[in-house]
Design a protein around this ligand. Structure first.
Ligand SMILES: [Zn+2]
Length: 449
């Protein structure tokens, strides 16, 4: 069982208060963290072997596997794995058997206070992907790297990366990525976030002609939409994302539902508590109107456990408002980890205008959408940028230290030293107590049954 130790400790503390004179030693708070280095595996147009997004309705893969960015001999999947592995090694010091004194020594560069002992159990979402040759000879080269569940060829559906993340019921997931290149506006480290349900629902109502005018979007906090290309306006990309999120189909450039590009009911493509019940694919195959599997915008009506979850207060905590003013705890966790990375680089004398926290990418990304954990999704920079290439190759230890200290700070809080550095983390811990369910278990435990 993975009962959260911090609940136990809260119960013990309240017992100690309730029973005068009772001296209770509270259990050490325990948190589970998954480090998720992006990609790995092999991309190929041969979908039947190399695909991802296995659709149980059509019994085929709907999209190619994304192997990640590469530029002039540098591979995103190798670099992010190396950084994640270094981060994991530092976080081992916080495991129950870890050398926490050593971690305290490391923290002494960041804080003057004596940091609290907490337990951090760290998991990796995948293994090493650097030996491409070896991976390419596997019967199913992408099996370890796919995001979504996939068939083993013997009639079983095996858990993909998202299902394996959810299986450990993490409190925090940290996704690490790099891009190939991007515009000057985005140059730096970027948060990657999923908008709240309410914003996407407004997009659906607009396109269903139940809402008029664009003020709701333009005056809202989420109008910095990820521009997939400048072939469409930001507003049209927003409507595309809304329809894609609800119906599973994108829009054509002319605003019609693109029935040739079905990308699946993603919430039914992973193992978790919010899948539709057994046999759902028999109904979904017929795409009946006035329900969640409709093919038309006018006929779409949300229903089922996933859509109930999407409207929940816990998803609003993860994705809306919060410490940064928008984007909820996900945006705070991501921005805070970036500030810690930048701070760690500054502490080691590394400073540069291209090292900065900058614009977020906002869309319905798979990992932050399909986990209950607070999700920090970081684009660490661009492989085509000289400065970033230097950091990714030669400053991995500093980046990993920033991540490890930042993760500790998000879980336990950290009062930072007074300093004159440019990038100052806030040091505030995430309010995990508000994710407790009325029955005393937590939203993080509820992700799988
Ligand atoms: Zn990536």
């Amino acid at each position: 069982m993975h009962d959260m130790k911090f609940i136990t400790s809260m119960i013990l503390i309240s017992l100690a208060i309730a029973i005068p004179g009772a001296i209770q030693k509270a259990a050490t708070p325990t948190y589970r963290v998954v480090l998720d280095p992006g990609h790995g595996g092999i991309s190929s147009s041969k979908l039947s072997v190399h695909g991802d997004r296995y659709d149980q309705i059509s019994e085929r893969y709907l999209a190619p596997f994304a192997e990640g960015a590469a530029h002039r001999g540098l591979w995103e999947h190798i670099l992010v794995y190396q950084i994640a592995e270094k981060t994991r090694k530092i976080l081992q010091l916080c495991s129950p058997a870890g050398d926490f004194r050593k971690f305290r020594t490391l923290l002494a560069r960041y804080t003057d206070e004596d940091p609290d002992r907490i337990y951090i159990e760290t998991f990796m979402s995948r293994g090493d992907s650097s030996d491409r040759e070896k991976i390419s000879h596997r019967a199913d080269p992408n099996s370890e790297f796919r995001l979504y569940d996939y068939p083993d060829g013997k009639g079983n559906i095996l858990p993909g990366r998202i299902s394996r993340i959810n299986a450990v019921k993490p409190h925090l997931v940290v996704c690490l990525h790099m891009t190939w290149d991007y515009s000057a506006t985005y140059r730096g480290m970027n948060p990657v976030i999923v908008p709240p349900h309410s914003v996407l629902y407004d997009g659906l109502l607009y396109i269903q002609k139940k809402k008029s005018g664009r003020d709701f979007f333009e005056k809202g906090l989420y109008s910095h939409w990820f521009m997939e290309s400048d072939r469409r306006s930001v507003f049209k990309w927003f409507l595309n994302d809304s329809v894609f999120y609800f119906l599973g189909y994108p829009l054509t450039r002319h605003g019609a539902v693109d029935h040739k590009k079905f990308r699946g009911y993603r919430y039914n493509m992973v193992h978790w508590a919010y899948r539709d019940g057994p046999g759902w694919e028999k109904t979904a195959r017929l795409h009946p109107e006035n329900g969640p599997y409709a093919k038309t915008i006018s006929g779409f009506v949300p229903g089922g456990k996933f859509w109930e979850r999407e409207k929940s207060v816990y998803e609003a905590y993860r994705r809306d408002k919060g410490e940064e003013g928008y984007g909820g705890d996900n945006m705070y966790a991501t921005s805070e980890l970036i500030r810690y990375i930048l701070h760690s680089l500054e502490l080691s004398g590394q400073d540069h205008p291209h090292q900065r926290l900058t614009e977020p990418y906002i869309s319905t990304w798979s990992v932050p959408l399909l986990v209950n954990a607070v999700t920090a999704f970081i684009e660490l920079g661009s492989l085509a940028n000289t400065r970033h290439r230097y950091l990714f190759q030669h400053k991995q230890d500093e980046i990993a230290e920033g991540l490890a200290v930042g993760i500790y700070s998000l879980l336990s809080g950290l009062k930072l030293k007074k300093n004159t550095y440019h990038w100052k983390p806030r040091g505030r811990k995430i309010d995990f107590e508000r994710y407790l369910l009325p029955d005393g278990t937590s939203y993080f435990d509820a992700v799988v049954k």
